[in-house]
Ligand binder design. Structure first.
Ligand SMILES: [Zn+2]
Length: 353
């Protein structure tokens, strides 16, 4: 990963953007890809599409969702404590005592999700908390003070920003799925250098995935690509407490993860696997049995049916305040997509025969 890419990755990860509030992430993405894509468009749902025109008619959509999970302010009580609901799959049991950032009109405001000290707990306090029993303390004097800074409907993120660890590992709260938009952008950047690219590539930084996979569908309908590839994170199973016999074998640092299964195209899988093997790119395989839980699900149903697959980055501790990936998997994912996309042309047949 070169310096420009690393700095872009860091800025993407350090910019909060829960579903429906992705604007700042999208702005960053648009600026970055604007240096090498001519045609960049945004839509009403906050999706952004950057196009690289190929010389033939085959087209594909590469989608990485820009949004992350988070919370949203629901009520402020008389003492100025903020109550909230969740955006996407937030586990309330990990929230107490976390520092959060409330994304106000005037910038980010630090808050703390309060927690009764261990010394003062009754037996009944030891049960798992429900989301409406938790509160955010922003150090407000009272309700009026809080409401002079925070509005009902302001989004909130928990967890911290990007930090590199040893051996190529890194942590951040939001690898799910800033790494997807990162891979899409870097794939576009590499492909923009290639003369005579046959396929047209629609690179999409999609919105609202975490709340029900809503953003990518209308875009796929509008673009009508022959193929849709979702770039997302998947569960790594290489840490204690996860059974490989139950969840499959996915490890950090062992390459991008290809998907085989019911809804994803077997022909695309075969071609991706062959591309990886021919180019000496490490890869892993995971299995889906229907829904993939990614943008691929909504792409598949659009415009009379689009061939889809998912290429994933292995991710430990998904949807917690600290997810972990291996940075080498990002580079290998870009390499694989760049090599694969150069093979796509009008003759590419995606109908199983
Ligand atoms: Zn997610």
């Amino acid at each position: 990963m070169d310096t420009a890419a690393k700095s872009f990755l860091q800025r993407l990860l350090d910019t909060p953007g829960p579903s429906g509030y992705e604007q700042n992430v999208q702005k960053l993405w648009r600026e970055y890809v604007g240096a090498f894509c001519q045609d960049i468009r945004a839509d009403v749902h906050n999706n952004v599409v950057a196009t690289l025109r190929g010389v033939e008619n085959f087209s594909l959509m590469l989608a990485g969702h820009a949004d992350e999970i988070g919370m949203v302010i629901l009520n402020v009580d008389d003492n100025g404590y903020l109550y909230f609901n969740k955006i996407g799959g937030v586990d309330p049991t990990i929230l107490p005592s976390q520092r959060v950032r409330v994304l106000t009109k005037n910038g980010r405001m630090r808050g703390v999700i309060g927690k009764k000290p261990n010394h003062l707990l009754d037996e009944e306090d030891r049960k798992l908390p429900k989301i409406h029993e938790l509160w955010i303390d922003i150090g407000a004097k009272d309700k009026a003070d809080a409401l002079s800074k925070v509005r009902i409907g302001d989004p909130v993120v928990f967890g911290e920003d990007f930090e590199e660890m040893q051996n190529g590992f890194a942590v951040a709260r939001d690898f799910d799925n800033r790494v997807g938009c990162f891979v899409v952008a870097e794939t576009l950047r590499a492909l923009s250098q290639i003369k005579g690219l046959k396929a047209t590539v629609f690179g999409v930084s999609s919105a609202q995935e975490e709340t029900g996979v809503w953003g990518a569908g209308p875009i796929a309908y509008a673009l009508k690509p022959a193929l849709g590839i979702a770039i997302d994170v998947t569960h790594a199973t290489d840490y204690p407490a996860l059974s490989k016999n139950r969840f499959g074998n996915v490890e950090l640092g062992k390459g991008p993860v290809l998907t085989r299964g019911v809804k994803t195209s077997e022909l695309v899988y075969e071609m991706l696997e062959q591309t990886a093997q021919q180019n000496g790119i490490p890869y892993q395989v995971e299995v889906e049995t229907g829904r993939t839980g990614t943008d691929a699900d909504v792409m598949a149903d659009r415009g009379g049916g689009i061939a889809v697959t998912v290429v994933s980055i292995p991710n430990r501790y998904m949807h917690t305040s600290t997810e972990m990936i291996h940075l080498g998997d990002l580079d290998n994912c870009v390499k694989l997509l760049v090599a694969y996309i150069q093979r796509l042309e009008d003759k590419t047949d995606l109908i199983p025969r």
